[in-house]
Design a protein around this ligand. Structure first.
Ligand code: ADP
Ligand code: MG
Length: 258
């Protein structure tokens, strides 16, 4: 018999207290929501428990990502200052990629993202924010689909967690990385949508009744996210993340520590 899942609406502080215990090292998180639904902002809350984070700015400047207030770099391996922080056990949360406008700048960023996604597997222990999954995976853009795919499958043993943001799960049709993103994620987070394919896919992945998931997701308030684990007996958590304080677009020089 299908029963209604328990639903818990949480304030960000209570959510974090639960989430920092629930999210184990090596578990991947898929975040789904339309453009402008607040994915990047929500991911800042998701990432709060992690000390070592590489956030890939695949768009060549993402305003919401910049509002994280984290240092940026276009160097990989990371600059010495950052590597020393890691060595000393200090938190190191970094945005990777330059603001880009020209073809040349985009090409340099794309190369950087591909290298990070390829090598991070050898380094281990990082949490990787692969926001804009479609841009990272797509051949016409970063073209790191294969690297992402391999990372999804092998990361767990390397204590690497991926947080993967996409607009729709149908990305799986154009890139294998989309498929593994959902089959390999322990947590699925979704904002409100009326797109039936999204809701059906979420219900399927999480093993919850479709009608229940559809009712819940279509009624979420703006910017709120539902967090579903793979255990269908776990409550579904709902949280409205805090708005990020706006920050200035960084200068191209000297932005290591803003
Ligand atoms: N929880 C929130 N509260 C208030 N405003 C928000 C919230 N989340 C996002 N926003 C606003 O909505 C816009 C889009 O958010 P963003 O996180 O970039 O969405 P996405 O990554 O899904 O495109 C931003 O201008 C941001 O300030
Ligand atoms: Mg975004």
């Amino acid at each position: 018999m299908e029963t209604l899942s328990e639903v818990e609406v949480m304030m960000p502080e209570a959510f974090l207290a639960w989430w920092s215990k629930a999210w184990e090292v090596g578990q991947h998180v898929a975040v789904m929501g339309m453009n402008g639904s607040g994915k990047t902002t929500f991911e800042h809350l998701l990432l709060a428990p992690r000390k070592y984070v590489l956030a890939l700015d695949a768009k060549g400047y993402d305003g919401s990502l910049t509002n994280y207030g984290w240092p940026r770099t276009d160097k990989w391996p990371l600059p010495r200052e950052m590597r020393e922080r890691v060595r000393d056990g200090e938190p190191c949360r970094v945005i990777l990629g330059n603001p880009a406008r020209t073809e040349k700048q985009f090409a340099a960023n794309n190369l950087l993202m591909r290298r990070v996604l390829k090598d991070v597997f050898l380094v281990g222990n990082w949490t990787v924010l692969a926001d804009e999954g479609i841009i990272l995976a797509h051949r016409k853009f970063v073209n790191a689909g294969d690297n992402l795919d391999r990372l999804f499958i092998t990361a767990r043993d390397r204590k690497i967690s991926l947080v993967y943001g996409v607009q729709r799960p149908s990305i799986g049709r154009t890139s294998p990385a989309g498929l593994s993103a959902f089959s390999q994620s322990t947590w699925v987070c979704v904002s409100r949508t009326r797109d039936e394919r999204v809701m059906e896919r979420v219900a399927e992945i999480c093993g919850r009744p479709k009608a229940e998931v559809m009712g819940l997701i279509s009624a979420l308030p703006r910017f709120a996210f539902a967090v579903l684990g793979l255990d269908p007996f776990e409550p579904i958590r709902i949280v409205l993340p805090p708005k990020l304080e706006p920050r200035k677009k960084p200068e191209r020089r000297n932005w290591l520590w803003p």
